[in-house]
Design a protein around this ligand. Structure first.
Ligand code: XMP
Length: 319
């Protein structure tokens, strides 16, 4: 049995041992996992660590600014922000298959890291916030014959030619333990309580082709949904809530005008580790309020539906 303080000290020693005086580059996603991994590694090896945040254009509203504030202003950790939106959108053009999207995004991430590591003078290690459930789900879902449900881009798909070795200090932990570790490292409750966000970002919340225009529409709907969840005091009772944008157009009426726009899906689940999940049972009045706001405020969406599927048989993300 160990406490989180002991775990932290043990991991810091382990990281120092593994890394020596070499350089580490850490990919931040904006989420809790990669942030906790980065802050832990920074405690261990200080400015031998450089964080890289890839703005792939698949982020939530204001996410980039939040990461910059936390790492630069609060923790004073060296941070490189890479503007890679154009490059990702170009590569995603015409891609509709979920696994192809994931493979492209994972591969492109590694390319960007490799380039940035060259720029910081050659990093020998790549740090990632991989958790225990990521490791298992990428290998086998049932424990039986290995079936890939989804290629989590921070686990699978690392190209053979990648020059860096991995540092993954959270690989044995579940989400709630990562949150405890985050608090141990001085992160506030609001930050450690953030809902998980997948590495491939909004791309796996837009079935079909991903475009900048679709990402912009989805970002607005998602921000309204989360604002209403926070205002209702429900954020912490939910494991993960997000909007998805369906590549399906339906007919509606606004004022006396016909509309023909996309459908927005809303997802909210409770879970302890993301491996199984139950649908969050919102009041009908809450869903009506969110739906009304999204249709009124987001150009490009004229219908909102609520996803009532638990995991299994659904997964949390739509792709
Ligand atoms: P699924 O959709 O598989 O998601 O039920 C389970 C949990 O994992 C997150 N997720 C990911 N996280 N990289 C990540 O870092 C990924 O590629 C990825 N895909 C899914 C998902 O948001 C949920 O919390």
């Amino acid at each position: 049995d160990w406490t989180m303080a002991e775990y932290k000290d043990a991991k810091i020693a382990e990281i120092r041992e593994q890394v020596g005086d070499k350089k580490v580059i850490c990919g931040l996603s904006g989420g809790v996992d990669s942030s906790v991994a980065a802050i832990l590694i920074h405690e261990a090896i200080g400015d031998q660590l450089t964080c890289v945040f890839v703005d792939h254009g698949l982020l939530r509203m204001n996410e980039r600014e939040q990461v910059e504030t936390l790492f630069r202003d609060h923790y004073n950790i060296p941070l490189v922000v890479v503007d890679a939106e154009a490059r990702f959108m170009k590569g995603l053009a015409g891609v509709t298959d979920p696994e192809k999207k994931r493979k492209f995004i994972g591969g492109e991430f590694i390319e960007v890291f490799d380039e940035e590591s060259g720029r910081v003078g050659g990093a020998d290690f790549l740090a990632q916030g991989t958790l225990y459930p990521d490791v298992i789900e990428s290998v086998s879902f049932t424990g039986g014959p290995s079936v890939t449900i989804k290629s989590h881009h921070n686990v699978g798909g690392l190209p053979e030619r990648m020059n860096m070795k991995l540092v993954e200090p959270l690989r044995e932990l579940f989400k709630d333990e990562v949150r405890d570790l985050g608090r141990e490292l001085g992160l506030n409750d609001q930050f450690v309580g953030r809902h998980p966000f997948p590495g491939p970002g909004l791309a796996i919340r837009i079935p079909g082709e991903v475009t900048k225009e679709r990402c912009d529409i989805l970002r607005k709907a998602d921000a309204i949904y989360l604002e209403e969840i926070r205002n209702a005091g429900l954020y912490d009772a939910i494991w993960q809530a997000f909007a998805v944008l369906l590549p399906v157009k339906t007919v509606g009426v606004m004022g006396d005008q016909r509309t023909y726009d996309n459908v927005c899906g809303l997802r909210a689940v409770t879970s302890t580790d993301g491996m199984t999940a139950d649908v969050y049972p919102f009041d009908a009045s809450f869903l009506t309020r969110v739906s009304t706001r999204i249709v009124n405020e987001v150009k490009g969406i004229n219908r909102v539906v609520y996803d009532y599927t638990s995991k299994p048989p659904g997964t949390i993300e739509w792709e």
